[in-house]
Ligand binder design. Structure first.
Ligand code: ATP
Length: 321
């Protein structure tokens, strides 16, 4: 129901790619310790939120928070299993006065699902930001990242990236170094240090399969990893915009599992490499998405046209910076 007391916000929920991903060890409780460079890209979902306080909504139970979630992907859950829904519950628990009313969340998805692009994590981050504004909670970026870490290890990075790129958030977090487009993630992926990012056009292509992130991490436990990124050198390359140093260290150790298990990802990567020539081509996260760096939009578009013949979910886009 629309009424005058409703407040709304629309946020873009951007995808990320991994410029590198290394696994440094496993904790006693089986969590993998990573060292990875994450970079935000322009490909995004749109998350629209409307908050109608209980009195205005005419809700009988004034203590209740009613969440109505919709997406344009019929196979996605719209209840507690959705990260956007979970994010609203996390914010409800943080708010001092339990909010009563109706929260409508409408997610227009473009980012492929279960693709290694942190699409769901981004939607969760957008709801954290959205409710911080709509409920006037005044949380800092650090507090929002801490809230995000409860939802998933990629959520804090999405919180940071959205603060840097969304027009509706830029002023609020201006000058906060955590508002950034690229970061080094260590520990279980939630210890983040902002970095100067990569400025590049890219093409992204996702074979029509899903890869379980947990299985990919477990899968490399028993594999000898021959090539690892030199993360310090990658960061130095980003700092000095030295493309050859960057590209040399764009390595994702999870490829050792995913490429071995899924020939379609090998095929996608080989095709992308053939089209991108000398430029770097890498799998993002645990896959199956593969991206390649290009020199221009024009080149991205023509490579994307070719990749579309292979995978329906292929996109030309660019990094954010
Ligand atoms: P990550 O890189 O953070 O592991 P991913 O890109 O591999 O993420 P997601 O797109 O986040 O994967 O989706 C992973 C799973 O999360 C899906 O199987 C999906 O059912 C579930 N999920 C929950 N909420 C969402 C959402 N809002 N959007 C997409 N998937 C969601």
């Amino acid at each position: 129901m629309m009424n005058d007391n409703s407040v709304s916000i629309g946020l873009k929920s951007y995808a990320k790619i991994n410029l590198s991903l290394d696994v440094k060890g496993v904790t006693d409780d089986g969590m993998h310790l990573v060292e990875m460079v994450m970079q935000q890209i322009l490909l995004c979902d749109e998350v629209a939120m409307r908050w109608t306080p209980a009195e205005a909504a005419g809700t009988a139970d004034h203590d209740a928070l009613q969440i109505n979630l919709k997406t344009n992907r019929s196979y996605l859950p719209t209840d507690e299993r959705n990260l956007a829904y979970q994010a609203a519950l996390v914010m409800r628990d943080i708010a001092e006065n339990a909010p009563a009313g109706t929260l409508d969340i409408n997610i227009k998805k473009r980012i492929p699902v279960a693709a290694g692009l942190a699409g769901g994590s981004g939607n969760g981050a957008a709801v954290l930001h959205g409710l911080n504004v709509l409920w006037d909670l005044g949380l800092s970026l650090q507090q929002l990242c801490d809230a995000g870490a409860k939802l998933g290890s990629d959520v804090p990075f999405c919180v940071m990236g959205q603060a840097a790129e969304n027009e509706a958030l830029k002023d609020r977090f201006a000058g906060d170094p955590l508002a950034c487009h690229c970061a080094l993630a260590t520990g279980t992926g939630t210890d983040l240090v902002p970095l100067k990012g990569l400025k590049s056009h890219i093409v992204l292509s996702k074979p029509p399969i899903s890869v379980s992130t947990a299985k990919a991490y477990q899968g490399i436990d028993n594999i000898e990893i021959k090539t690892r990124p030199n993360t310090a050198e990658l960061i130095e390359g980003l700092k000095t915009r030295d493309l050859s140093r960057i590209e040399k260290n764009m390595v994702n150790v999870l490829e050792n599992y995913t490429l071995m298990e899924y020939p379609t990802v090998v095929y996608t990567k080989n095709k992308m490499q053939e089209l991108c020539g000398e430029r770097a081509v890498l799998m993002s996260g645990s896959g199956p998405s593969v991206y390649g760096l290009t020199d221009s939009i024009r080149q991205s578009r023509s490579i994307c046209d070719e990749m579309l013949k292979l995978n329906r979910e292929s996109f030309w886009t660019r990094t954010t910076y």
